[in-house]
Ligand binder design. Structure first.
Ligand SMILES: *Cc1c(COP(=O)(O)O)cnc(C)c1O
Length: 525
């Protein structure tokens, strides 16, 4: 733009003014769930050799599906001699293992002999869509990268799962920002475990875990063996702690190289038996101490017995000793938190004195923010990753946006009622919007009748009437809006914490309640 304006001899002050009016163009890479369990990486905003590098790296990072496909258009306007350009491209794509390559465009087709025999080429996007059977794409991650005029959005529309207008958007840049912020609070050498239980707090366990592995966190934590198994099957190789292992999952834990939390003598015995049966030696486990949470773990009075039993279990290696704080986020309970820490120190000292040289960890997200002195060897980050903070709320970014859009708008005459049970009353003539999100999507029914307010065009619209299973109605009398407009349930302006307050619950419950039918969309700039 600048070059053109100079060329056209615009005066400098006009150029300066007009430049200020330019808006930033979206250049983001979107990840979407596709047909046949495929994952689609949609990167059709730009097409040049440098951005191809970035996209290929990103594709390689997605290790939860082994099979990969690349669909690439001609790369336009590089000024490079085409033979060199496509030789380079052919070399780059060999970096992606177990990949299928599809080239679309007249130029790339001319150089198909530079590519592998198996690779496929088509003249145009329509040519590809009419000749290539899309249903053969199954259980794979597909990178779509095309110059704008190839209209790859036609391909992505066909590959995406049926559109449900309600989505949970997950901003991976914000997530990485938060991770790095928590890291900046740690002493050098303190390790970081990230809790990815409950589908990574509702955000999608495999996607988040792959990202965390790439970001080199030290450990992942899950609640149950099945969650850990799913991560292994998705190609996650980080060490994984299972926090609440059941007796019947102990074989599975060994099979998938997971590390159990040992919380009482019964599970210690059972696990030792399973280890002996599997001829395992020095198998890593994590001892949970109960210092006041009173959920799982060994009490102070059991330490002697625990030490005795452990000495008899040669197959076990105590890798870490840990406890969980009951109220790290509440100042009124700080004295209790210090008491928990001192009990932990005492109990772990006894284990150390008995010859178990293990590492220690006690801090959850709030603990990391508020009790730097108790970092020990590792911390366990959870909700903070999603931008729900404590002392440092201002330094964190909101990661998730739950949004939908208006299906229908209508005007209801005064004295009519709205919805089931006739609970919504139009006291005067009322304009309402029906939106396709209900309690089956995880919108708590307690938000009915004005208790919840969602954002429509930057203004709060209260829920009117009872929330239905798949829909609810908003009072938009004072809002200028039309059908198809976006509605934000929570996001940057209205945070998860705001919604939790309206509901009298905590952000954790909001995040983990969003049901499976709400499509998760990941994006990274
Ligand atoms: C869930 C969990 C955490 C993380 O808690 P946040 O409050 O989300 O940071 C840490 N430790 C254990 C044992 C947990 O179960």
């Amino acid at each position: 733009v600048l070059t053109l304006m100079c060329y056209l001899d615009y005066p400098v002050d006009v150029i300066v003014n007009r430049m200020k009016m330019l808006v930033q163009v979206a250049m983001r890479l979107e990840i979407k769930r596709g047909i046949n369990k495929c994952t689609i990486i949609n990167d059709t905003y730009n097409s040049d050799p440098a951005s191809l590098d970035i996209a290929l790296n990103f594709l390689n990072q997605q290790n939860h599906q082994e099979k990969k496909s690349i669909i690439l258009s001609d790369i336009l306007q590089t000024g490079q001699y085409l033979g060199d350009l496509y030789k380079d491209v052919a070399k780059k794509i060999t970096r992606v293992k177990s990949g299928r390559f599809i080239g679309i465009g007249p130029d790339i087709g001319k150089y198909k002999n530079l590519f592998d025999q198996e690779d496929l080429f088509f003249e145009t996007t329509d040519d590809f869509l009419s000749k290539f059977p899309l249903h053969v794409l199954k259980n794979e991650t597909i990178l779509l990268k095309g110059a704008r005029n190839f209209q790859f959005e036609k391909i992505s529309r066909r590959l995406e799962q049926k559109m449900h207008k309600t989505v949970l958007e997950i901003d991976l840049n914000a997530l990485i920002h938060n991770l790095n912020f928590f890291r900046s609070l740690l002493n050098p050498g303190t390790k970081i475990m990230v809790m990815v239980k409950a589908l990574a707090y509702g955000s999608g366990m495999n996607e988040i875990a792959s990202l965390l592995q790439h970001q080199r966190v030290d450990y992942l934590g899950v609640a149950f063996a099945d969650e850990g198994t799913e991560l292994r099957q998705a190609g996650v190789s980080l060490p994984i702690i299972v926090m609440s292992p059941s007796e019947d999952s102990l074989d599975q834990i060994i099979e998938y190289n997971l590390e159990p939390e040992i919380y009482n003598i019964r599970i210690l015995h059972e696990f030792n038996k399973v280890l002996l049966r599997n001829n395992a030696v020095q198998y890593p486990v994590h001892l949970k101490l109960d210092t006041g949470m009173h959920r799982l773990g060994f009490d102070e009075g059991q330490m002697e017995m625990l030490i005795r039993k452990l000495s008899e279990c040669q197959s076990i290696k105590v890798k870490t000793i840990f406890t969980h704080l009951a109220a790290a986020d509440e100042k009124v309970h700080d004295e209790f938190t210090h008491l928990q820490a001192s009990r932990f120190k005492k109990m772990s000292q006894r284990l150390m004195n008995a010859g178990f040289s293990a590492q220690g960890h006690i801090l959850n997200s709030s603990g990391i923010e508020r009790f730097a002195q108790y970092q020990y060897d590792m911390v366990r980050l959870g909700i903070g990753l999603y931008g729900v903070g404590n002392n440092y709320q201002g330094k964190l970014q909101q990661v998730s946006t739950l949004k939908t859009c208006i299906t229908q708008i209508k005007t209801v005459p005064a004295n009519d009622t709205i919805g089931y049970g006739r609970n919504g009353k139009a006291s005067t003539e009322t304009k309402i919007a029906t939106i396709p999100i209900g309690y089956a999507d995880g919108i708590n029914r307690k938000l009915s009748n004005g208790h919840g307010k969602f954002l429509v065009n930057g203004k709060f619209a209260p829920v009117i009437g009872n929330i239905c299973m798949d829909m609810c109605m908003l009072d938009i009398t004072h809002i200028d809006t039309e059908e198809g407009d976006e509605v934000i349930v929570f996001g940057r302006e209205k945070t998860i914490s705001d919604l939790a307050n309206e509901l009298g619950t905590i952000p954790y419950e909001i995040l983990t309640s969003i049901s499976g039918r709400v499509k998760r969309i990941y994006y990274q700039e």
